[in-house]
Design a protein around this ligand. Structure first.
Ligand code: PFF
Length: 460
C-alpha cells in the first residue's frame, strides 16, 4: 500500500492506503465473491423454492445490502481504524457514545463464527481440485458422485485436514498483509471463474434441462414466500455482499479520500449478483436433467458440477481450474473475514500482524471442527435449526449480520449528522445521496427489523 495522503483535517489511516481506487474495488470484490455466490446461493435458493427466494434476495441486495455497503465504506473511511475503534471514535464524535464500539465487536465475533464453517467448505473445494485432477469424475453418474461426496464428508480426518490447510493459507496471507497478493489474485481469478462458469453454462444449456432451470430460478411462485424464505433471502444478501460485520468497513479504512463510494459499491454489488445468478443457471439445469433434488443442501454443487466435468471434453482439466479458482475466491473472502479481528488486535494490543493472525486463526481453526464433525460423527446431534453447522450458519448469517447491519443503518442514518455522511458519500448531496439516505434511514432498518421479528415469531 502507498502511504496515506489524506488531506489535512481528515484522519490518517494507520496502515496506509490502497494503491488506487481500482485496488480497493478489487479487494471488496474479492471479499464479496466467494463460496456465498457459487456454493451457498444455489443450495439456499434450492431449499427455499427457487424463484420466490431469488426475487426477495434481489430486492434485499438493492434496498438493504447496497445502502449498508455504502454506509460501511463511508464509516470505515471516516474512522480510518479497525471497525471496533472506528465505531468507538465515530460514536464519540457524533453522539458522545463510545458504546457504538460494540457494533464492531459483534462483527469480530460474527467473523469468527462464519470463518469457522467457511473454512471447512473451502477445504471441500481444495479436496475436489485433487479429485478432479485424478479423473475421478470421468463418466460417473449422479448416484456414484453423491455416494462419493457422502463418504468424503463422513471422514473428519480428511475434511479436517483440508480445513486445516485452508486456515493455514488464510493465516499466512493475513499475517503477511499481502494487499498486492489479493489484488493480483482477484484480478486474474475472478475473471477466470466467470469464464469457467460460462463454459459450464454452455454445458448446462446443451446437456442440462435449461428451461426447467430458468423457470425454477426466475418464475416466482408467490405462494411460496413466507417468513422462512424472507429471512433466508435477507441473510444471503448480507452474506454474499460481505456486509453487516465490518469487513467492508475495515477495507474502507484504507480507501483514498477522492474515491467514489457510490460507484464502487454499485460495481461490486452488480458483479457479485451476476456471478451468483450465473452459478444458479449452471447448477439447476444439471439438477433437473439428472433427477437430483434442488433442496439437497450444502452438498449441492459438489454433486452437480462433477457430473458436468465428468462428461464434457477436457472436463478433468477444467474441473481442476474451476475448483482452484473457487478456492482462491474463498481465500480472498476468508482474508476479509479475519481482517476486522486482526486489525483490531494489532491496533488495540500492540502486537505484530503475524502474532494477531496466528492467535485469531488458531481459535477459528479449533471452532471449525464443530462444522467438520457436523457432517460426520455429530451429524445426528440435532437441535434448534438442525446440526451444529446449521445453527452456527443461521446464527451468524441470518441473525448476526442483519443485526449488525441494522445497527450500522441506525448509526449512519440517524446518529451521524447529515453533513458528515454527505461529506464522505457525495459532498454535493445530489439525488443519489438522497436515495441512499432514504434507504438507510427508513427502508433498510424497518425491513430488517420486521424480518428479524417475524423470524422469531413475534407476529405469529
Ligand atoms: N461474501 C463472501 C461470499 O459470498 O463468499 C463471504 C463473506 C466474506 C461474508 C466476508 C462476510 C464477510 F465479512
Amino acid at each position: 500500500m502507498a502511504q496515506s495522503n489524506a488531506s489535512s483535517g481528515q484522519r490518517i489511516s494507520l496502515h496506509g492506503n490502497w494503491s488506487s481506487r481500482f485496488a480497493f474495488i478489487l479487494a471488496v470484490t474479492g471479499s464479496a465473491v466467494g463460496l456465498g455466490n457459487i456454493w451457498k446461493f444455489p443450495y439456499v435458493a434450492g431449499q427455499n423454492g427457487g424463484g420466490a427466494f431469488v426475487l426477495v434476495y434481489l430486492c434485499c441486495v438493492v434496498a438493504i445490502g447496497l445502502p449498508i455497503m455504502m454506509a460501511e465504506i463511508m464509516l470505515g473511511r471516516r474512522g480510518r481504524r479497525n471497525p471496533v475503534e472506528t465505531m468507538r471514535i465515530l460514536g464519540e464524535e457524533e453522539s458522545g457514545q463510545p458504546i457504538w464500539a460494540l457494533v464492531g465487536l459483534g462483527g469480530v465475533v460474527a467473523g469468527f463464527l462464519i470463518l469457522s464453517f467457511y473454512s471447512t467448505i473451502a477445504g471441500w473445494t481444495l479436496a475436489y481440485t485433487i479429485k478432479a485432477g485424478a479423473g475421478s469424475f470421468v463418466g460417473a453418474d449422479a448416484a456414484t458422485l453423491s455416494a462419493e461426496f457422502g463418504a468424503f464428508i463422513a471422514n473428519p480426518l480428511v475434511t479436517g485436514f483440508w480445513h486445516t490447510l485452508f486456515m493455514a493459507m488464510t493465516v499466512l496471507l493475513v499475517g503477511l498483509g499481502v494487499e498486492e497478493g489479493i489484488e493480483r489474485a482477484v484480478r486474474f481469478m475472478v475473471p477466470a471463474l466467470v469464464i469457467l462458469l460460462l463454459l459450464l453454462l454452455g454445458y448446462a444449456i446443451t446437456s442440462g434441462d435449461f428451461a426447467a432451470g430458468v423457470e425454477f430460478l426466475f418464475k416466482p411462485d408467490f405462494s411460496k414466500i413466507n417468513g422462512a424464505v424472507v429471512i433466508a433471502a435477507m441473510g444471503q444478501a448480507f452474506f454474499t455482499l460481505s456486509v453487516g460485520m465490518g469487513a467492508v468497513m475495515a477495507y474502507g479504512a484504507y480507501l483514498p479520500q477522492d474515491a467514489s463510494i457510490t460507484s464502487t459499491s454499485f460495481a461490486v454489488a452488480a458483479a457479485d449478483t451476476l456471478i451468483a445468478l450465473l452459478s444458479g443457471l449452471v447448477i439447476f439445469p444439471i439438477v433437473f436433467a439428472n433427477g437430483l433434488d434442488p433442496a439437497e443442501g450444502p452438498g449441492l454443487i459438489f454433486q452437480t458440477l462433477p457430473l458436468a466435468f465428468g462428461k464434457m471434453p477436457g472436463g478433468s482439466f477444467f474441473g481442476v481450474l474451476f475448483f482452484i479458482c473457487l478456492g482462491f475466491a474463498a481465500l480472498t473472502s476468508a482474508i476479509s473475514l479475519m481482517e476486522p479481528a486482526v486489525a483490531w488486535i494489532v491496533e488495540r494490543f500492540d502486537v505484530t500482524r503475524q502474532a494477531a493472525a496466528i492467535r485469531v486463526g488458531l481459535i477459528i481453526w479449533a471452532l471449525g471442527f464443530l462444522t467438520v464433525l457436523s457432517f460426520s460423527h455429530l451429524s445426528e446431534f440435532q437441535f434448534g435449526r438442525g446440526t451444529i453447522f446449521d445453527n452456527l450458519d443461521f446464527l451468524a448469517i441470518n441473525v448476526m449480520l442483519p443485526l449488525g447491519g441494522l445497527m450500522i443503518t441506525i448509526f449512519a442514518g440517524w446518529v451521524m449528522c447529515r453533513n458528515s455522511s454527505a461529506d464522505e458519500i457525495d459532498p454535493d448531496a445530489g439525488r443519489l445521496y438522497s436515495i441512499w439516505r432514504l434507504l438507510v434511514r427508513y427502508i433498510a432498518p424497518v425491513a430488517v427489523t420486521f424480518v428479524l421479528l417475524s423470524a422469531f415469531g413475534v407476529f405469529d
